[in-house]
Ligand binder design. Structure first.
Ligand code: NAI
Length: 297
């Protein structure tokens, strides 16, 4: 594995490009406009500066890492990469079109991965003539800090493809878990989303306040963060959309969102990013929780 291409230089794409370049790989970072790719590069530079400040990176490593990242808007530049990781918008039509183009452009040996959090790997792979060499590589945010990558098989993904993705994952200093059959949420979100939804039911049904629920899980189950604090941090719109994906796919009422969550979404209460969720936040400094919950339920 020598060259990896990353499509999309947003939150996830920039993070993946950074860790791959830190591992000594040659990286091609592609987005739709040069201004956007350069923004991704600025994010990477800022992250490296923070690492230097913390003492976890030597200052003379920074220019070497940045030198390994080549930016482009031209998809044909990725043709000889050993691995392409797609991290563009979460939209099936866009991803299918990109994979069909990649299949046409890339060498036979190129493995194509998607960082999708909710879409079907099998459906994305079916837009290519190499579904055995397509897989899901689900990174976690923020990529430089989070150790896990879920390697997700579509129905045709070969074991060899998983082995190559595993080697890459370990090369960039991450640990993998293999998900043998695709299913919404893979492992982490399949557990995490219903967990947060259950906490929302406890609050919505009037059993306890958000503070009590979060305190209970921190002190009683040893969790570093309570489920409602976590939901506010992830974004209630994202939690709501994810739980609806489960509900629609499994047709199981255990995945229905509580009406309090739907009401919050209608009101624009998206958690930290909007200043209001299960807690109130100072929007100019999202780390500070200003006060208690919005409802006594
Ligand atoms: P983002 O919105 O920060 O970045 C997406 C980037 O893709 C943008 O820079 C956009 O210009 C670019 N883009 C759109 N269409 C493109 C195309 N046709 N070719 C190349 N670039 C294109 O999104 P984010 O958060 O980085 O998410 C990317 C993917 O990663 C999504 O599939 C998302 O579901 C997944 N993901 C996101 C996580 C998160 O916490 N943000 C966690 C795990 C997965």
């Amino acid at each position: 594995m020598k060259t990896v291409a990353i499509l999309g230089s947003g939150i996830m794409g920039a993070g993946i490009a950074q860790v791959a370049a830190q591992a000594g790989l040659s990286v091609i970072l592609r987005d739709l406009q040069m201004g956007i790719v350069k923004d991704g590069l600025v994010t990477i530079e800022q992250n490296l500066d923070k690492m230097i400040k913390r003492g976890s990176l030597l200052a003379d490593e920074k220019p070497k890492i940045l030198d390994r990242i080549n930016v482009t808007t031209d998809l044909t530049d990725v043709q000889n990469s050993d691995l392409v990781i797609e991290a563009v918008v979460e939209n099936m039509a866009v991803k299918k079109q990109i994979f069909a183009e990649l299949d046409h452009i890339c060498s036979d040996h190129t493995i194509l991965a998607t960082n999708t959090s909710s879409l079907s790997i099998t459906e994305i792979a079916a837009s290519t003539k190499r579904p055995d060499r397509v897989l899901g590589m689900h990174f976690f945010n923020p990529v430089p800090q989070m150790r896990l990558v879920e390697l997700v098989k579509g129905i045709e993904t070969s074991d060899q493809t998983i082995d190559i993705a595993r080697n890459f994952t370990n090369l960039i200093g991450k640990d993998e878990v293999v998900v043998n059959r695709e299913s919404p949420g893979f492992i982490v979100n399949r557990i995490l989303m219903p967990f947060m939804n259950e906490a929302i039911f406890i609050f919505g049904d009037g059993l306890a306040t958000p503070e009590e629920i979060d305190t209970a899980m921190k002190l009683g189950a040893g969790m570093p963060m309570g489920p409602l604090e976590l939901a506010d941090m992830i974004g209630l719109d994202i939690v709501h959309a994810a739980i609806l994906v489960f509900y629609n796919e499994f047709r199981d009422p255990k995945y229905r969102p509580h009406t309090i969550l739907s009401t919050y979404i209608r009101a624009g209460y998206y958690g930290r990013k909007s200043g209001k969720g299960f807690y109130n936040y100072n929007i100019n400094n999202t780390d500070i929780i200003m006060g208690g919950s919005n409802y006594d339920s």
